[in-house]
Design a protein around this ligand. Structure first.
Ligand code: S3P
Length: 169
């Protein structure tokens, strides 16, 4: 029986806020792969990217993903790039149902503009960068078990939809 709720999607898709809502509603723990990476490294993600580079970050992300995939009864708030490694998706699916929280580039941009902790968006034109990355990543995100269009829904509605789609919740 799959008891983990795996939240994937682009930066700004609402994984963290929906993860917290689900944690308050179901009897499951909440883990964030970004938090685990920062804890393990003892430095923020921006510093990992800046000083050690993205490939190093991805290596730690893969390790952390392997570990959280073994847990049960948890909600996993995944970093937006986790799906780029197909082994991560396969690992997460062992004990979990994978949800892709989808949104348009414009909505994602609206939600994250002004925030500074996402190194991939430290560019002159973040909206264009979001469009470009999302286009490349969309097929990977679509490997999820379920896609939830977050466009016109409240956090409550999205959480309820996810719970409805989980076996035995
Ligand atoms: C990334 C998303 C970030 C974080 C890192 C890389 C990505 O997580 O893992 O900055 O490649 O999309 P969030 O999606 O939680 O912002």
């Amino acid at each position: 029986m799959k008891t983990n709720i795996i939240l994937t999607g682009f930066m700004g898709a609402g994984k963290s806020v929906i993860g917290k809502k689900l944690e308050a509603t179901c009897k499951k723990g909440l883990v964030s792969t970004d938090d685990l990476i920062e804890k393990r490294e003892g430095r923020p993600i921006t510093a990992i990217f800046k000083d050690s580079g993205e490939p190093y970050f991805r290596k730690v992300e893969d390790e952390v993903t392997r570990e959280v995939s073994q847990q049960t009864n948890v909600i996993v708030d995944c970093g937006g790039g986790i799906v780029l490694n197909k082994d991560n998706v396969a690992n997460l699916k062992q004990n979990g149902v994978v949800f892709y929280l989808s949104a348009t580039p414009e909505q994602l941009f609206e939600r994250i503009k002004g925030e500074t902790h996402r190194p991939l968006l430290h560019v002159d034109n973040p909206l264009e960068k979001i469009r470009e990355l999302l286009k490349c990543r969309e097929p990977f995100y679509r490997q999820a078990d379920h896609t939830i269009d977050t466009s016109d829904k409240t956090v409550d509605d999205i959480a309820k939809e996810i719970i409805r789609l989980m076996p035995n919740e």
